[in-house]
Design a protein around this ligand. Structure first.
Ligand code: ADP
Ligand code: MG
Length: 378
């Protein structure tokens, strides 16, 4: 178990048992894609994959940070906490820095982590280690910080210290999620709500198909989509696409391409709200329809899918999935399929076969039961 692995590695490094072990999960977005930077809605849930962090305080005001997975240890003093420092440890040092910037007293500490969230696969391994560190440092220093504020501080670490300009989705999911629920997050007000997603009780599974396709032009395309949304807002005179209330009237005012980008964002926000209603009514057939409609919108209007994700979606649906969609920024990455529990094997096999036939690299599949957010384990 990774809890033991973290504690054992801590003992090897320091010669003592840790004061505690904390964990925080990776996340995946059920629905609501490219809505976050349009002040809209997202609906992520926490993965069973998580970071585990064993920690104790030190009395010398220094921080020793170890990743078991990378077999690397770094020691920092207060003068070494400099935003923009490169390296994996900046995700943890950034949390120390963000807490201190916010006026919290943070004593020195030894932090030893291991994680089974795959790095750089779009499942938010970075938020997992940040949120685990935040939970550990808050407890070790007796800091009373509300969960949403913890997520915001972890985001400061990533934005201001690591230098990655991301929204709150990852850290909010890693901190706030509850097992068997998705987390509704309003990206303007940060209001949030737990939405039941007890797929197991409904005889279903969420099958994740990692297509292992990662395109190099993602950053440029992402910037282009954001620019289109900003241009649409300028032409429509609204602060954000979240504020478009009459889609047809908006489309009549916009050039064709920007209109399609706008239609994706506006209809996707509505699909998130409709998904919440479906889940409140345990209507998984409707959830599946919304997922598939979301994929079509990303494919046809936002144009952020590519051949392997489209093939994974089509094959999963042909194998009987209730719904399927790409999740994440686009141009590859993971597909989520809502599948009857007794059809998981068949669906995975069908996708693997379709990928082999099309000459794509073999996909990796796993099940994602909605899991708990950051917490102390011992
Ligand atoms: P994602 O969050 O989608 O996995 P990111 O690029 O945002 O991808 O974050 C990945 C980075 O987070 C890694 O390059 C590494 O610096 C850091 N990281 C994540 N997990 C670990 C780990 N187990 N050990 C050390 N660093 C990690
Ligand atoms: Mg990340």
């Amino acid at each position: 178990m990774l809890t033991e692995q973290a504690a054992d590695a801590f003992a090897s490094l320091t010669g003592k048992a840790p004061e505690g072990v904390w964990t925080a999960p990776g996340r995946i977005n059920l629905i609501g894609e490219h809505t976050d930077y349009n002040d809209g809605f997202v609906l992520p849930f926490a993965l069973p994959h998580a970071a585990y962090l064993a920690a104790s305080q030190r009395t010398d005001g220094r921080w020793r940070l170890r990743s078991v997975d990378l077999d690397d240890t770094v020691e920092l003093g207060p003068d070494d906490l400099v935003p923009g420092s490169p390296g994996w440890h900046s995700y943890l040092a950034g949390v120390v820095w963000a807490l201190r910037q916010a006026g919290h007293d943070v004593a020195g500490a030894d932090l030893v982590l291991t994680s089974d969230v795959p790095l750089g696969a779009g499942l938010s391994s970075s938020a997992a280690i940040e949120c685990a560190a935040l939970a550990a440092l808050a407890d070790l220093n007796g800091l009373e910080i509300e969960p949403l504020d913890r997520a915001k501080l972890a985001r400061v670490a990533e934005n201001a210290y690591v230098g990655a300009p991301t929204g709150l989705l990852d850290q909010a999911a890693s901190t706030l999620c509850v097992a068997d629920h998705a987390l509704f997050l309003d990206c303007r007000s940060f209001e949030h709500q737990q939405v039941p997603l007890a797929v197991g009780a409904a005889g279903l599974e969420i099958l994740v198909i990692d297509t292992r396709t990662r395109h190099s032009h993602v950053d440029g395309e992402y910037a282009a989509r954001r620019a289109s949304c900003e241009e649409a807002c300028r032409l429509l005179g609204v602060p954000a696409l979240r504020d478009v209330t009459d889609l047809d009237a908006a489309l009549a005012q916009l050039p064709e391409l920007i209109g399609r980008r706008t239609r994706h964002v506006v209809t996707e926000d509505q699909r998130v709200l409709d998904a919440m209603t479906a889940l409140a009514e345990d209507d998984y057939a409707e959830l599946g329809r919304l997922m598939t409609a979301s994929h079509a919108s990303m494919r046809d209007d936002y144009e952020i899918t590519e051949a392997s994700v489209d093939l994974a979606v089509e094959t999963a649906l042909a194998a009987g999935a209730l719904g399927a969609r790409m999740t994440g920024g686009g141009f590859g990455g993971c597909v989520l399929a809502l599948v009857a529990a007794d059809r998981v094997e068949e669906t995975s096999a069908a996708v693997a076969q379709a990928f082999a036939d099309a000459g794509h690299e073999a996909p990796v599949t796993f099940l994602a039961r909605p899991s708990d957010g950051a917490r102390r384990l011992r």
